[in-house]
Design a protein around this ligand. Structure first.
Ligand SMILES: [Cu+2]
Length: 274
């Protein structure tokens, strides 16, 4: 996997929601830095100013002869309330509540397990096939029922999320075992995946490129290997890839496609890890 994107500070932002999230992160970090320095200076000042020395006795009556800290505290509370109500809430609401219309978005299912991702596309009919727990095996990691008419053209993409640029994506996240976390650093997406729940997230990419998926929950001994490929393609490239997958699905309709692509992905992962 290439690593041109991940340096010391925030990774590049290619998300339509990213600028607002990054702004908020910056404002809060600078605010915390100012508070940290302010409190540290005040602490040292108090240590010197109120040290024990002859001729001075501590006044424990609580009489307020030093009211600046009180006003500073009130100011901080007001600043925090403003940043929460006017900056955080609108972004949170946009990212977590204002989902794009499913008809205009690309909807994918992302299933996490120790220690891999499976991305499930609905195929050209736009309908996901049924998932059956008894069908889960090494070649069918999500238990997709190929007998189901809706499931015949579904594409399973192991460890690779391919998306078109400039199109809203809705990813419905699920886990087969423990709590994982779907992390797309360049999209500013980080969402816990709780077993037994389907958790939707949405995002839209503004640039093409090859990036990575990480798991941001310590989900077991192989946690660090739980990395996937995240490719943002042009619409044409994406369609070509999609059609290629559909074609190979037709060609090998007697054997499950998931087995074939799984093998390819394994080879790819081995190559990349060298
Ligand atoms: Cu994980």
């Amino acid at each position: 996997m290439e690593h041109p994107h991940y340096g010391f500070w925030l990774p590049p932002n290619i998300s339509t929601n990213g600028a607002e999230i990054d702004n908020l992160i910056s404002v809060l970090h600078w605010f915390m830095a100012v508070l940290f320095v302010g409190w540290a200076v005040y602490l040292v000042y108090c240590l010197v100013r109120f040290r024990e020395r002859p001729g001075h006795e501590a006044d424990i009556s609580g009489s307020a002869h030093f009211s600046l800290p009180k006003y500073v505290e009130i100011g901080i509370i007001i600043f925090e309330a403003i940043s929460l109500i006017f900056f955080s809430f609108p972004i949170w609401s946009k990212v977590k509540k204002d989902f794009p219309n499913e008809a205009e978005a690309l909807v994918v299912r992302v299933t996490a397990e120790q220690f891999a991702w499976t991305v499930h596309y609905a195929g050209k009919d736009g309908k996901f096939g049924q998932l059956k727990i008894e069908l889960i095996d090494g070649t069918n990691p999500v238990g997709l029922d190929r007998e189901d008419p809706n499931g015949k053209d579904d594409i399973l993409s192991p460890n690779t999320l391919n998306i078109p640029v400039n199109k809203p994506i809705i990813a419905k996240l699920a886990s087969k075992d423990v709590i994982h976390n779907f992390f797309l650093p360049v999209m500013r997406v980080k969402q816990d995946i709780i077993p037994g729940m389907t958790v939707p997230v949405w995002f839209q990419a503004t640039q093409t490129g090859k990036f990575e998926i990480g798991c941001a929950q310590l989900c077991g001994v192989g946690h660090t290997q739980m990395r996937g490929f995240f490719n943002v393609m042009s619409q044409e490239e994406f369609e070509a890839w999609y059609q290629e997958e559909e074609k190979s699905l037709l060609a090998s309709s007697t054997e499950p496609i998931s087995g074939k692509t799984l093998k390819i992905a394994k080879i790819q992962t081995i190559k990349e890890s060298k």
